[in-house]
Every structure is written in C-alpha cells, then in structure tokens.
Write a protein that binds this ligand. Structure first.
Ligand code: BGC
Length: 374
C-alpha cells in the first residue's frame, strides 16, 4: 500500500514535470512563433500608392503562414534604418523593403545581410550594394513606354510642333530613371523628328538626337523636371513652367507626368491656365482619386500596377527564402554593384475607354468608390 502510494506520488510528480516541460516547450514554440519572421518596410503613408500596398499586404498576410510586421519610413532614410534595425532585433529572417532613397538604403540592407537576413527590394531597387537578394517589381520600363505611346497616339497624323511637357519622379528613386528611360524610348524619335517640342526642359531638347541616354544625361533631365514625387512640388513646377512660356506653347499640350498624385496636381495647374485649351496627361498607380479624374475627363490615363500581384510575389519570395529556395527569376536589374534577380510583373494602360473593365470588373477597386462610372 505504502509502496503503491509512493509510486503514485512519483507518477504524479513525473506527470507534473512532463506537463511543465510541455508547457515550457509550448511557450518556447509560442515565442518563436510570436517573433516577427518577415519585416516589411514601406516608404511613406502620405501617398495612397503605399497605403494600397499596406492594405494588400495586411490582407494577404492573414494566410501567409508566417508572422510579419509592416513599418513606414515616412520619407526619412534614418527612420527607415531604425525600422530595419528594430526588425533585425525582433529576429526577422526576411526583409521586404521599398527604399525611400535607393542609395541611402544600402546601409540598411547591409545591416540586414550581416544579421543573416535575406533582403527583397520591393518596387524600388536598392542601389550600390551586394546585399540585395531579390527584386520584386513591375516592368517599370513599360510604364514609361505606356506614357509615351499614349501621348503619341493623341497627336493628329503628321502634325508637327506639338507642345510636350515632361515631369519626372524623385532622383533618389531608381524607378524614376527606368520610367523615364521607357518614356524616352518612345518620345525621343518624336522629339527628334519635330512631332513634339519640349517646352520645359532645355536639357531634354538638347539631347533630342540621342536615343540611348547615359545615367548622367537622365540625371540632368530629371534634375530639371523632377517632382520629387511631391504633389506641391509638382504643382509649383507646372505653374512656373506655364509662367515661363508664351501662349504659343500652350493651346493643346501633351504632359508626361510620372504618377497619379503628381499628375492630378499638374493637371490642376494646366487646367487653371486659360491659354491651355486641351491637355493630355499620363500617370500611374490607379489611385482612386485618379480613376475618378479619368472618369471625369481631368486625367487622360493611368497605369495599373496591380499591387495584389506584387504583394503575392513578395510573399512567395519570402516563403521561398525561409525554405532555402531561390525565387523565380526571368531577368535581372543591375543596381550599380550587382545584378539582382527579378521577375517583373506586366502593367496595364487604363483610359476612359477601359476604366470599368480594367479597374472595377477586375476587382481592383469597387464600383461604389466612384461616381458617374459608365
Ligand atoms: C513607384 C510608383 C510611385 C512612386 C512615388 C515609385 O517608385 O513605383 O508607383 O507612384 O514611387 O511614390
């Protein structure tokens, strides 16, 4: 009896210790699960484009099978670096980062690599470092080519001397160069043959005969035409360009604008000028406000870059890296230090003619976000 009682006590003790070991293991497992496995760093909350990405990330992350955290850098490279450092401390295995400034972000990518973290450049390429493992992107050259094609398509056959205004993105963003390269590939022959006359960049006009620009040539043109991706800068630049030209440079104008936010600002400035009778203006991002502008005839086109695809490609690449697999590669982009593997996603041109099919019927935005949609 006594022995049985003793052995029961031993059994009980053993069970208690088994349960506590299990609980400890569970706690360990839980803390391993609770730590952030993937860090996502986006440039700013001040542009609807990046809120789109955040929203799409947050809905896809529910089923991604890993823990993740999204942080914003608010247009500040040092905040971006702090974000990356705190994610490294949280134990991330993969960093998905859209750099505020492509060159400045190299230090953050290096810090991540040093900690054994895989680095995925998201939408914008980090430059000047070998610490980038993959680039998830749209076909940015085609974005610019779509602007050029749209503007050329609006020129009456054979008409020369059409007024062209060029605006570009921030020089700190590698994409600004790629978009411009794409636009130049279509516009340059039309500037060279006199179809277009560049009204707001003597540097672009001086390079009219040069089909393939160097990065320095592009930097010179971007230096004159940049919006810094900032709506107020875009509006001010458009207004001062309009003040600087004679009415003969107005009438019908063709405006190569680099994204939706700046396109709306530039369009507002041109629309306010009485000497501008008709304007055609490009954009990108399919922002809700710009889709409404297109419906209302205030913006001519946008480029849909389906952020759902970009987000799912980024998540697939992150999962692949965590399993030790290399993500899909169809091409590579040189970042000034190495060729970074990538699989660029196709883009879609959206105009008044296909806006319903491309934006609403595709499920990108719900119809109730717009008025007068036919
Ligand atoms: C992105 C665009 C965006 C722009 C300004 C670019 O790098 O590709 O979609 O409009 O940055 O944020």
């Amino acid at each position: 009896m006594c022995t049985r009682y003793f052995s029961r006590r031993v059994q009980l003790k053993r069970s208690i210790s088994l349960v506590s070991t299990l609980l400890f293991a569970l706690a360990l497992g839980f803390s391993a699960f609770a730590e952030t496995q993937v860090g996502i760093v986006l440039p700013t909350k001040d542009e609807p484009r990046w809120i789109q990405d955040q929203t799409r990330f947050e809905s896809s992350l529910k089923t991604a099978g890993f823990s993740a955290k999204v942080l914003f850098s608010q247009g500040d490279s040092s905040k971006e670096k702090q974000n990356v450092e705190s994610l490294i401390t949280e134990g991330i295995k993969v960093l998905i980062i859209c750099p505020q400034d492509g060159n400045a972000a190299a230090a953050a990518a290096d810090a991540a690599h040093k900690a054994g973290v895989k680095v995925i450049s998201y939408d914008r390429l980090i430059r000047g470092t070998a610490s980038v493992d993959y680039y998830v992107t749209f076909d940015s050259f085609q974005v610019g080519a779509a602007w050029g094609n749209y503007l050329v398509s609006k020129v009456p056959a054979g008409k020369k001397g059409n007024n062209l205004y060029i605006y570009t993105g921030a020089a700190s963003d590698n994409n600004a160069f790629i978009f411009f390269e794409g636009a130049w590939s279509v516009l340059q022959p039309k500037i060279a043959d006199g179809t277009f006359v560049v009204r707001n960049s003597d540097k672009a006009a001086a390079l009219a005969k040069k089909a393939k620009l160097t990065r320095d040539d592009e930097a010179a043109i971007i230096g004159q035409t940049t919006t810094n991706w900032n709506f107020a800068d875009a509006k001010n630049k458009a207004q001062s360009n309009l003040t600087a030209v004679k009415n003969t440079a107005k009438g019908t104008v063709y405006i190569c604008a680099p994204n939706d936010g700046t396109a709306r600002s530039i369009a507002d400035a041109f629309r306010a000028d009485k000497a501008v009778k008709t304007y055609y203006v490009t954009g990108q991002d399919a922002e809700i406000a710009s889709i409404q502008y297109i419906i209302d005839g205030k913006q001519s086109m946008t480029v849909l870059k389906d952020t759902r695809t970009l987000v799912s490609d980024a998540i697939a690449a992150a999962v692949g890296f965590m399993k030790g697999q290399a993500p899909d590669k169809t091409t590579s982009y040189n970042n000034g230090a190495v060729d970074v593997a990538a699989k660029p996603t196709a883009i879609v041109t959206v105009t008044k003619e296909n806006v319903k099919a491309a934006i609403v019927d595709s499920g990108y935005w719900a119809a109730d976000k717009f008025t007068n949609l036919k």
